[in-house]
Design a protein around this ligand. Structure first.
Ligand code: SF4
Length: 965
């Protein structure tokens, strides 16, 4: 398709159809007024991708919008990545007429990338899904909300009756705000299933597991801003110049101040172009390179001995593995030679504190959890943790993937990472003011040990992760640890083209009894199959048509205003959740302590409810009032430390980054940099968490001689509990009311918050004070080791570095490793296939490819191919090619011949969809809602392979072959 550049008039001429309120009626605005208002701004949108990060100029919107008394300014946050840039949205008569990047916002300081600069057209998007639709004999037909909820609900209840609650899958979204994420997880719990998940599974689940199992919390430790304090910045498997463009502002400013930038990647990215040193590694060989650098660090005595002694356990076992990674072996496995590896290690050793950044290049592997833990070990070796300028800065993807993870839109967690044990469920039942036994009775009861089940009930067993939903549908029923296959899928804000194994996915779509898509856009779920009926599309609003909080990658929680009323016949996610709950008869339980206006649960009440349960990670102190105060006072926060300097939030960190301990009244300022002992806990200081016991193999796991400033216990100590308070003689520091709830409880189950308060008043971290552990004895590889990808061009390495044995009952499913790797595919598929992100688009790309401003910038799906491989295959730059994976998925795309990739590696971006194995599916979209740009999904050609701890999919090293089309 050739995209024709749209004139302003063309764009606005279609906009009046957008003028509908939440009730489906037109807003009070005539066509002429809408055109006048909307036309004022269209030319003002700045396509900021053309800005070099750091050379950001003020949006033209500010000068072209005629701002008068009748224009309201709303404060919102960009919805396209986890940086969380602030936006001033200009609204006149209910129409979003202009936008400016917020110059006084502490994260973006007036900068935007292309996506942020174009968000108004996301809100007023003409290609949105406008009405509930139903497929009838293969044709889309408009229906009412009532009919849609009735029919879908009846079908789900029928499936539940026949196959149990686990046959309905609730696939949620990183696009939810925090309140919607929390309500969604609660609804799934009340439905009676852990078959609920979201995109974090396929972007950073291996980070969350790896990092949490090293030092306690599975999140970015510092902030984008804090990189200004770094003397060195190591970026591995990440390309923030395109994926998190505004974050590069901080990287480049740090560089201007003298920091060194080290980029390790298989591809010479736009980020690598700024590096002081670029290290090109073979995809999937991160362990070799990271351990190779550690080999030099310990060989030369560059490690931080005092830090290791006081705050780290198990490094000796890691060093046994590191010793195997001699410079020769590193080069043999990764292609990185001795000198390059030495220089990289020295750069980091000489420039401390240094920060370690990674993204999906480090996570999306069958051994992703090994990689993320090795990254942590590297930082521990240099003593870079728990300090400004150091840390592991793990850049998340979507705007609220951190929040949706924190609120447990996951098959293995409840909100706040409480897990799925009976104690966790009892905690949340108490917070929800519901009877535990009644709730438990809604779940299936059988354990299916003969199918590989652990013996635990479904309520206490991880559900099927989103990465494996197609196996939940297609796998032999007798092999699944639940009564029946998945029969109904609800895709709520999820792009299926972001997942591998396209041909099998198509089959799975077609086998479902019921398919429901809830999204502002139809998404590829609407078109990539030949279904004829039992398929529904429900229009959700964007985040600009509702309000609430969103958590940026650095754990800051930001409040968003509602910019406009819901357009067309769309509804906010929490309203749709309530509609389903009503249909299932669980609405009263869902909103027992939440005010409901019409069908809209009150967002502020949802915050107040989760404040009462999220003690583990400190989402308990951020009341709606405090968050709104921060939102109104962006200008008061220091843009390096994030600390407010005067004003109503004085001495609080922006967005009260979690943990913000205790109750809102306790007024904890939030924690900007995790595990930083140079500050008192009451002022955002911390130490590593005691989460793995106090002793292992006779070794002390508690910190030794290290503690936060002002702590009364000047050594390591276990996590707090009622008993520990009594032993310390601090029990009577609790009020009488607090004692009632705290009695017999550990700190995180005390719903009064009293144990936390008392611990902090004595200067101590409520979760104890322990060493980080380098050996996760509960993981398949306690010490991270290298294993070759299932599909590898280096089959010669498989014998020494084999994958795992096949498994049963892993997230309820059989999972293949050795049986896939048993065959060498590299003769027929000689190239490594890897994937990544482009600056213009986000995720599966439905929103951004439907945005005319962004669509114009990048109109073709392509593959980057080195000249050697192109010439050998007879392929010229710009030519149409077929790229085929070893499981048979094939895509027809354009060739981009470039030296960004090295010979033997092919890179594809993952944002495209709407073509399938050479077929254009444009005609299958509901009329007027096809994205401007369609293209093949690279994942159609990607293959089987799942992380051994989290079931993360492998999309960073598979195999392919290419030929002219
Ligand atoms: Fe900022 Fe990310 Fe939005 Fe770009 S996509 S404007 S970097 S939040």
């Amino acid at each position: 398709m050739k995209l024709i550049k749209k004139s302003h008039t063309e764009q606005t001429a279609e906009a009046p159809s957008a003028g509908r309120g939440a009730d489906g009626k037109g807003v009070s605005l005539n066509r002429r007024a809408f055109l006048r208002n909307a036309g004022l701004t269209v030319g003002g949108v700045t396509l900021a991708s053309q800005m070099v990060p750091g050379l950001v100029r003020k949006s033209e919107a500010a000068t072209t919008v005629a701002v008068g008394d009748d224009v309201e300014t709303k404060r919102t946050i960009c919805g396209h990545c986890s940086v969380g840039c602030g936006i001033y949205a200009k609204v006149r008569d209910g129409v979003w007429v202009g936008q400016e990047p917020a110059f006084d916002h502490p994260f973006n300081l007036g900068a935007h990338c292309a996506k942020g600069a174009a968000v108004r057209d996301h809100g007023h998007g003409e290609r949105r899904l406008k009405y509930p639709m139903k497929m009838v004999d293969g044709k889309w037909k408009r229906i009412s909300w009532d009919q849609a909820i009735d029919e879908i609900g009846d079908k789900m209840m029928e499936i539940r009756e026949a196959s149990g609650p686990d046959s309905v899958y609730w696939l949620g979204s990183a696009k939810f705000n925090n309140e919607q994420a929390y309500l969604f997880r609660k609804m799934a719990a009340l439905w009676g299933s852990n078959n609920v998940d979201h995109q974090a599974r396929i972007c950073h689940s291996t980070t969350v597991a790896g990092v949490a199992n090293t030092w306690g919390y599975g999140a970015m430790t510092n902030s984008y801003n804090d990189m200004l304090n770094s003397k060195a910045i190591l970026i591995i498997g990440g390309n923030p110049a395109e994926a998190h463009p505004v974050s590069m502002m901080f990287t480049l400013r740090a560089k201007e101040q003298g920091a060194k930038l080290l980029v390790i990647d298989p591809r010479f990215t736009r980020t690598a172009a700024h590096a002081d040193q670029f290290v090109r590694l073979r995809p999937g060989s991160d362990i070799a390179v990271v351990y190779g650098m550690m080999w030099h660090i310990f060989e030369n005595g560059w490690e931080d001995k005092e830090f290791l002694e006081q705050r780290v356990w198990g490094m000796d076992q890691v060093l046994e593995e590191v010793a195997r990674w001699t410079p020769d072996e590193v080069e043999r496995v990764s292609g990185v030679d001795r000198e390059t590896c030495y220089n990289a290690a020295k750069l980091m050793a000489d420039n401390r504190p240094g920060t370690f950044v990674w993204c999906m290049g480090g996570t999306q592997h069958t051994v992703g959890n090994n990689f993320t833990r090795a990254y942590c070990h590297f930082q521990l070796a240099l003593g870079n943790m728990g300090k400004a300028g150091g840390g592991t800065n793990i850049f998340r993807g979507h705007d609220n993937v951190q929040g949706a993870t924190d609120f447990g839109v996951l098959s293995d967690n409840l909100p706040g990472y409480y897990g799925l044990s009976e104690g966790a469920w009892r905690h949340w039942a108490a917070v929800w003011d519901l009877d535990y036994d009644e709730m438990a009775a809604r779940f299936g009861q059988e354990t299916y040990e003969e199918r590989g089940g652990s013996g635990s009930k479904p309520m206490n067993t991880s559900g099927i992760p989103v990465s494996r939903w197609i196996d939940g549908v297609l796998e032999d029923r007798e092999q699944i640890v639940q009564p029946d296959n998945l029969r109904a899928m609800v895709f709520w804000g999820h792009a299926p083209n972001s997942q591998v194994r396209g041909p099998e996915m198509k089959k799975a779509f077609e086998k479902l009894d019921l398919l429901v898509v809830v999204d502002p856009f139809p998404t590829v779920s609407a078109v990539m199959h030949d279904r004829k009926d039992n398929t529904y599309l429900l229009p959700a609003t964007t985040q600009f048509e509702t309000y609430g909080s969103v958590t940026a990658s650095n754990r800051s929680i930001q409040w968003r205003d509602k910019v406009i009323e819901p357009l067309f016949d769309s509804r906010p996610d929490h309203v749709i959740i309530y509609k389903f709950a009503k249909k299932f008869g669980i609405a009263d339980d869902l909103t027992k302590n939440i005010q409901v206006n019409g069908e809209e649960p009150l967002i502020e009440d949802i915050v107040r409810e989760y404040n009462k349960g999220m003690w583990t990670i400190g989402y308990s102190g951020q009341s709606p009032e405090r968050l709104k105060d921060h939102q109104k006072n962006w200008h008061t926060f220091n843009t390096t430390t994030l600390l407010a300097e005067g004003g109503p939030a004085h001495d609080e960190f922006y967005g009260l980054p979690w943990p913000c301990w205790g109750t809102p009244e306790f007024k904890h300022p939030g924690t900007a940099n995790l595990y930083d002992t140079s500050l008192p806990v009451a002022k955002g200081g911390l130490n590593f968490r005691e989460n793995f016991g106090t002793e292992r193999d006779g070794d002390n796991l508690l910190a030794e001689g290290s503690y936060p400033v002002g702590a009364e216990i000047q050594d390591g100590h276990p996590r707090f509990s009622a008993d520990l308070l009594k032993q310390l003689g601090w029990w009577d520091d609790l009020t009488d009311e607090e004692k009632v709830l705290a009695e017999g409880k550990p700190w995180h189950l005390d719903r009064s918050g009293g144990i936390i308060r008392v611990a902090i008043e004595h200067g101590c971290a409520p979760f104890g004070n322990a060493k980080a552990r380098c050996v996760a004895w509960n993981f398949p590889d306690p010490v991270p080791i290298h294993r070759e990808p299932l599909y590898t061009t280096r089959y010669d390495l498989v014998e020494k570095y084999p994958t795992y044995e096949d498994r049963r009952g892993f997230f309820r499913l059989p999972t293949r490793y050795a049986s896939v790797q048993a065959k060498d595919y590299s003769n027929d598929y000689p190239l490594i296939h890897t994937s990544g992100r482009l600056v213009e688009y986000e995720g599966g790309g439905d929103e951004t490819r439907s945005n005319p401003w962004l669509a114009e910038l990048q109109q073709e799906m392509f593959a980057e191919i080195h000249p050697v491989d192109a010439n050998n295959a007879g392929i010229r730059d710009g030519q149409d090619i077929w790229l085929e994976g070893p499981e048979g998925g094939r895509i027809r795309i354009k060739a981009m011949v470039t030296r960004r990739v090295e010979p033997g590696v092919v890179f594809t971006p993952f944002h495209f969809g709407g073509h399938f194995q050479g077929k254009d599916l444009r005609a299958n979209y509901p009329e007027g809602s096809d994205p401007f740009v369609l293209g093949e999904a690279c994942n159609t050609a990607f293959t089987y392979g799942y992380d051994s701890v989290t079931a993360m999919q492998e999309t960073k090293c598979s195999l392919c072959r290419i030929q002219p089309a």
